[in-house]
Design a binder for this molecule. Structure first.
Ligand code: UDP
Length: 475
């Protein structure tokens, strides 16, 4: 059904009640704002009033139709995380200032025609649930990792798996999960001292989860039903993904061609013009997302690998990473490639000239590559990327994972080998076929009547039904 028609019918049908109002609160990084903002848009498309609450520093980056946007404070209103200087300090300040300002925001709407009924909060920010409960409204946790990764962390939190994960636990078998080798396990769990504040945050996601009214995860039934079911007793999540703009999947939300948030200036126009001149499926798009920082050595190996592969490439090297590019690189490859500081990744992946996605396997990038049916070369570097890369290569078979040497570097020969395998090798046909199959599956999940769409409808219906009900004794 056309979304516009649906929306009008929905509004007419429910015009006698106050519109339900959900505040959506992401952790303020690109990989978290994107899926939560997309969820807010989905809710708005189903007649719910949705307001995105994000930090002063990131609020300017949001530009999305049909969504309200309101600032809250992390205590670093000028430049956010970089102003804080360290993770622990930042998270502590965000909890203090965020709790206070989220509470003020809920209060602000209290006497309006649309008081807030529910906070959908990034699971990284469990204090938001306490704020919601304090105000007597619903709280829903939104997880931005795969169900597999959530399952592993849930087991650790509940003391069902010891920390650190050592080579002896491998192959790790948990209910519903395919056996995981040591190299597939999230780095924070293998090396708990590497980023203790991040590890603590990821475990804290489960600290008060039993009080949440809903748990959502950005994945979908066909992709991870078995994994989610295996952990349902301690993590009963509804699978609502992939949270990728509608234009690339079901096309039901008019004009929804991008997430509507960019923390850096995208240079998409130049890229699109350049891509127009390239043959079908001939270009390698390469990006390590918004956070990974490569060593100089790794950067040089990738540079050589791209040059010697002689393939067309479009490489996103963020401003802060540019100094690591070897000084010979740009000039000697300008006939073949383009280096940019940021772009609208989805537009690139959707372009017919792009034939391969070299990715760090952040969960959003993984879902985007899968949703757009682009074969991948995984070059995971830290945290959950290693687990995602295993799935890309071995479970969904939509790409390959580049092997690191003993120093943890993917060498130029390895990168070239992987590119060949995905773009022209024996396996490439099978990989392309699987990539198309998974794209169809992603479209089905989020389309009308699909598994994710149904979960979102159930949530919306519960919100509607809660009107006038004395739910949880809070109203
Ligand atoms: N992204 C983008 N432009 C770029 C590179 C990345 O818009 O040039 C987006 C990408 O589409 C994804 C997000 O940034 O939605 C990165 O999230 P992901 O989970 O893949 O990785 P993270 O940055 O969190 O490591």
């Amino acid at each position: 059904m056309d979304y516009g028609v649906y929306h009008i019918m929905f509004e007419e049908e429910y015009s006698f009640i106050t519109q339900r109002h959900v505040v959506v609160l992401p952790y303020p990084s690109q990989g978290h704002i994107n899926p939560l903002l997309q969820f807010a848009k989905r809710l708005a498309s189903k007649g719910v009033k949705a307001t995105l609450a994000t930090t002063h520093y990131t609020v300017q980056s949001i530009c999305a139709a049909h969504i309200g946007v309101e600032p809250i404070s992390d205590g670093f209103d000028q430049s956010g995380f970089s102003q804080a200087g360290n993770v622990e300090f930042y998270l502590k300040s965000f909890k203090e200032n965020g709790s206070k300002t989220l509470s003020q925001l809920i209060q602000k709407f209290k006497n309006s025609s649309s008081p807030v009924n529910c906070v959908v909060y990034d699971a990284f920010l469990p204090w938001a649930l306490d704020v919601a409960k304090h105000h007597g409204i619903y709280g829903a946790a939104f997880f931005t990792n795969s169900a597999t990764v959530c399952s592993i962390f849930a087991h650790i939190h509940h003391g069902l798996l010891p920390l650190p994960l050592t080579p002896e636990v491998a192959p790790l078998t948990l209910p519903g999960l395919s056996p995981l080798n040591f190299r597939d396990l999230p780095t924070f769990l293998r090396f708990p001292d590497s980023y203790p504040a991040y590890l603590a945050m990821k475990l804290s996601q489960f600290s008060n989860l039993h009080e949440a009214d809903w748990i959502f995860d950005n994945t979908f039934e066909d992709l991870e039903a078995k994994e989610a079911r295996g952990v349902v007793e301690i993590w009963p999540a509804k699978l609502i993904g992939p949270m990728v703009p509608s234009a690339y999947l079901d096309e039901r939300i008019k004009g929804d061609r991008g997430y509507g948030s960019s923390l850096w200036k995208p240079l998409s126009e130049e890229c699109m013009e350049w891509l127009e001149t390239k043959p079908l499926k001939s270009v390698v798009y390469i990006s390590f997302g918004s956070m990974v920082s490569l060593t100089d050595e790794q950067m040089e190996e990738i540079a050589w690998g791209l040059k010697e592969s002689n393939l067309h490439f479009l490489w996103v090297v963020r401003d802060s990473e540019q100094k690591k590019l070897p000084n010979w690189f740009i000039d000697s490859t300008k006939e073949k490639g383009m280096v940019i500081t940021w772009c609208n990744q989805l537009e690139m992946l959707a372009h017919p000239a792009v034939g391969c996605f070299v990715t760090h396997c952040g969960w959003n990038s993984t879902l985007e590559g899968l949703s757009l049916g682009v074969p991948m070369v995984g070059v995971p570097k830290w945290t959950d990327q290693l687990t995602d890369a295993k799935f890309v290569e071995e479970i969904w078979e939509i790409g390959v994972r580049a092997k690191e040497d003993k120093e943890g570097v993917v060498r130029k020969e390895e990168l070239q080998k992987c590119l060949k395998e995905v773009m022209e090798g024996e396996r490439s046909k099978e990989i392309k076929k699987n990539a198309n199959k998974w794209r169809e599956s992603a479209i089905k999940a989020i389309s009308e009547g699909g598994s994710s769409d149904e979960c979102i409808n159930e949530f919306v219906e519960s919100l509607m039904a809660s009107y006038n009900k004395n739910l949880n004794g809070h109203y």
